[in-house]
Design a protein. Sequence first.
Length: 261
Amino acid sequence: MSDLPEHDQPMPLVSHLTELRNRLLRCVAAIFLVFAGLFSFAQQIYTIVSAPLRQYLPPGATMIATDVASPFLTPFKLTMMVSLFAAIPFVLYQIWGFIAPGLYRHEKRVAVPLLVSSILLFYAGMAFAYFLVFPLMFKFFAAATPEGVSMMTDIASYLDFIMTLFFAFGVAFEIPVAVVLLVWIGVVDVKYLKKARPYVIIGCFVVGMLLTPPDIFSQTLLAVPMWMLFEVGVLCGGLIRKRSDHDEASEPGDQPPVPRA
């Protein structure tokens, strides 16, 4: 018979799979509940999302739908995407509930702020794209339209374009979380990241060049925030690493996490 207390006994594999299934079902249910609440506003949501482009269309020009079902399917698809983004906090909470029992106490103290920060930074990246990058980008595209060409964008093509950028900017703003994780788990140290700073800056401008129109202002608008976020990640990574080392040294009796079978 095991010497571990009853609540510390390893859970069998079947129990873990059952728990994982239940949490996945909760995530799916949450997404569909949000979708059910937003579906009646699908047209209004698309109107809001397309505003950065519509304000720069030539007088009398409108967006168009080239497929028969696009007027319905495109807002439907957008609403599903919005529901997924809106449910991200609940989805990450379910993921946290599944992995938390396998973490040490000092690991939990670091993981919780990282989890919250990752959510806020992802939303911040999307907001940055919508309010700053999109207006500049579509203004440039409208100004660069050749004479004799009418700028009338297909609604489905526009949706695919902006969803790619939303995701790209959301992920780009996760740089501080990624840097902190790399430092925390010991893959790299702060000194190495500081030495690699020139290459990181060049990489930021390369990414800015790929994701924005070919003008220096738009490229800088993305590259500089990415660089600043990297610096924030380096600073926080050094502080968290010191705190983690201190916690490990000051808690020699910290009980190991419950085995995952």
